[in-house]
Design a protein around this ligand. Structure first.
Ligand code: RIB
Length: 301
C-alpha cells in the first residue's frame, strides 16, 4: 500500500498576464478554487494511476475542509486517517501566467500540527511511504525513522524548495525526487555544489548505490540514477495550461508504478507521462491522469 503522509490544501488560483515581482501588484480577471496540497495531490495521482492509497494528514474545521478532500474521496483514497482539527485548512494562493508557470504562497494551517504519532502501526513492510516538505521537519524525520524500523520503503519528494533541513535525511530514503532547484539546495546543504552545477553534477552529489535519485527538469524531462545505471527521460511535448501539481503527478504515478512492482525505467516513464498530462488544465488535481492515459502516453516516451 502507498501511505502518503503530507499536506492537504485548498488552492485559490488566479490567472495572471504575468507573475508579480516583489512589491508589485498584478491583476487577473477572477479566481478559481481547487483542491490541492502536495501530499493530497500526490495521493490523488497515485490512486488515479492505479495505486491503493491511504492519506494521513489534517484538515481544519472550516468550510475549506470538504472541498479539499472531495477528489481524494471520489478516487477511493482511504481518508480514515485524515484528522479534522480545530483551526484552518491549509491554503495556497497561486498565480498562473499565460505560459502556465506559477507562483505559490501557502498558509500551512493545521498541516503544521500533523505529528508522526498518527503513523504509529500504519507503516508496514512492503508499504511505500511518500513524503514531501509541506509538513514540519520533525514529523518527516520521525516518519522516515518509523518506516526504516518497519522495513517499509520511503519516497521523499524534496518539494517545496527553501524548506531546508532535508539534506541529512536523504541517505535514509530509498527514492529521492527533487526538481533542479531543490536538488541544488540539497547539494548546497551538503556543502558540495554551486549554483552552476549541471543536473548530472547534482545527481553525482545526491545519488548513492542503493537509492533511486531523480532530478526532474520540467519540460526537459528528468535525469535519474540507481546504482550504476543513469537514465535520461525526455518529456513528451504537450500544450501547457498550468504546471501547478505537475511534480506531484509525477511523484504519485512513480509511486504507484514502483508499488505495483514495475521496473525503474517503466516507473520513470509513467511518472513523466503523468507529469506532462497534469499540465493540461488549470488546477493541481484537475488533469491528474488515470492509468489508461498514462499508459497511452508512455508509448511516446
Ligand atoms: O505542488 C502544488 C501544490 O503546492 C498546490 O496544490 C498547493 O497547494 C501547494 O501545496
Amino acid at each position: 500500500m502507498i501511505i502518503v503522509f503530507g499536506s492537504i490544501n485548498l488552492d485559490l488560483v488566479v490567472a495572471l498576464p504575468r507573475l508579480p515581482q516583489p512589491g508589485e501588484t498584478v491583476v487577473g480577471p477572477d479566481h478559481q478554487t481547487f483542491a490541492g496540497g502536495k501530499g493530497a495531490n500526490q495521493a490523488l495521482a497515485a490512486a488515479r494511476a492505479g495505486g491503493r492509497v491511504r492519506m494521513i494528514g489534517a484538515v481544519g474545521n472550516d468550510a475549506h475542509a470538504a472541498p479539499a478532500l472531495a477528489n481524494l474521496e471520489k478516487a477511493g483514497v482511504d481518508l480514515s486517517h485524515v484528522r479534522h482539527l480545530p483551526g484552518s485548512t491549509g491554503i495556497a494562493m497561486i498565480g498562473v501566467d499565460a505560459a502556465g508557470e506559477n507562483l505559490i504562497m501557502c498558509a500551512s494551517g493545521v498541516n503544521a500540527r500533523v505529528v508522526a504519532d498518527w503513523l504509529q502501526g500504519e507503516v508496514r513492510e512492503h508499504d511505500l511511504l511518500v513524503l514531501q516538505r509541506e509538513l514540519a521537519l520533525e514529523p518527516i524525520e520521525k516518519a522516515i525513522a518509523m518506516a526504516r524500523r518497519n522495513r517499509a520503503r520511503v519516497l521523499l519528494n524534496a518539494a517545496p524548495s527553501a524548506g531546508g533541513g532535508l539534506a541529512r535525511l536523504v541517505d535514509d530514503v530509498d527514492i529521492l525526487v527533487a526538481n533542479r532547484q531543490e536538488a541544488a539546495e540539497l547539494a548546497a546543504e551538503r556543502g558540495k555544489a554551486d549554483a552552476s552545477a549541471s543536473p548530472e553534477d547534482l545527481l553525482g552529489v545526491l545519488s548513492s548505490p542503493d537509492r533511486l535519485t531523480v532530478i526532474t527538469l520540467g519540460g526537459d524531462g528528468l535525469v535519474a540514477r540507481e546504482g550504476d545505471i543513469l537514465w535520461r527521460v525526455k518529456a513528451p511535448k504537450i500544450d501547457v495550461v498550468d504546471t501547478t501539481g505537475a511534480g506531484d503527478a509525477f511523484v504519485g504515478a512513480l509511486a504507484a508504478a514502483l508499488d505495483r512492482g514495475a521496473d525503474t525505467e517503466r516507473a520513470l516513464k509513467e511518472g513523466t507521462a503523468a507529469g506532462a498530462l497534469a499540465c493540461q488544465a488549470t488546477g493541481a488535481q484537475t488533469s491528474s491522469p488515470d492509468k489508461a492515459a498514462i499508459a497511452a502516453l508512455v508509448e511516446r516516451i
